[in-house]
Design a protein around this ligand. Structure first.
Ligand code: AMP
Length: 282
């Protein structure tokens, strides 16, 4: 597995793949890798000739009140894991090389970035869209892989790629969960055993939403109330949102009449967790 640290070496690798007529998959990550990330690498390997992962804790996607320095960094283990699952190359830029001093150019993200995470994490998607666009230019691949875990992020990137005419195919992979249902996240390592058991309420609340929608419930408010009940009974510390939305626009739905996604953001202890499920797709 080739490990590159500079933008020039990364671009050269990606351009060589294109020149050789190979399809290539980009898997952007912030490191602290787990099976969710590795599933993206495997998916890319199934669909593309070669796969490159990136590890970069992107400072511009952290809102001012969020602690960038607290984000877990486990690069040596990450490289071992990427090697084990067959990545061909990894781009690990030095922290200060992605944004030059005085950097001032940002992507103004699309409308779909406005609700939910856009409200809770001001500026987050501006940073995400900017770094993903930069990575796509540094590593011009034919495909790029993202997880449904970050449902709104995937919608933002799909829209950006379409609206800015980027020549990359976006693939969104299913959420990988621990056997108890908890969606895998780099942040789960911060949960104590007690917090972890309360955190299971997120996937249980989505189970409940799924169950009542399958039973014919069409009222968005009733579905939201059912999810909040599960979260409150489990004593999560704060519900930022627990809502049902249109899977394309992420606009809230008062009445279900077609595809719908349930999305939750909640705090357990000081850890912020997100999860989601597509409930009906007809
Ligand atoms: P992150 O390192 O958290 O920025 O995530 C990098 C990529 O991995 C994003 O596209 C995430 O959506 C994806 N990802 C993170 N957790 C999971 C998971 N549990 N299942 C599937 N994909 C995931």
């Amino acid at each position: 597995m080739l490990i590159v640290h500079t933008k020039e070496d990364a671009r050269r690798w990606a351009q060589d793949q294109l020149a050789a007529g190979r399809t290539s998959g980009l898997v952007p990550t912030m490191g602290a890798l787990h099976e969710g990330h590795y599933s993206l690498v495997r998916r890319s390997r199934e669909r593309c000739d070669v796969t490159v992962a990136t590890i970069f804790v992107n400072p511009t996607q952290f809102a001012p009140h969020e602690d960038l320095s607290r984000y877990p960094r486990t690069v040596e283990e990450d490289l071992q894991g990427l090697r084990a699952c067959g990545a061909d190359a990894v781009f690990v830029p030095a922290a200060d090389s992605m944004y030059l001093p005085g950097h001032s150019t940002y992507v103004d993200p699309p409308e779909v970035a406005a609700p939910l995470e856009g409200i809770c994490r001001p500026g987050h998607f501006r940073g995400v869209a900017t770094v993903v666009l930069k990575l796509m230019h540094i590593l011009p691949t034919t495909h790029a892989f993202f997880g449904q875990k970050d449902f709104q992020q995937a919608a933002v990137i799909r829209t950006m790629v379409r609206e800015l005419d980027l020549a990359v195919e976006i693939d969104v992979a299913p959420i990988v969960r621990d056997p108890d249902g908890l969606a895998m996240s780099s942040r789960n390592r911060y949960l104590s055993a007690e917090e972890r058991s309360r955190a299971l309420a997120l996937s249980r609340a989505l189970d409940e939403a799924s169950r009542i929608v399958a039973g014919g419930e069409k009222d968005g408010t009733a579905i939201e109330a059912a999810m909040r009940r599960v979260l409150t009974e489990a004593a999560v510390d704060e519900i930022e949102y627990a809502t049902v939305a249109d899977p394309v626009t992420l606009a809230g739905l008062r009445r279900i009449a077609g595809p719908v996604v349930a999305l939750i953001a909640a705090r357990v202890g000081s850890t912020r967790l997100i999860d989601n499920r597509v409930l009906a797709d007809h």
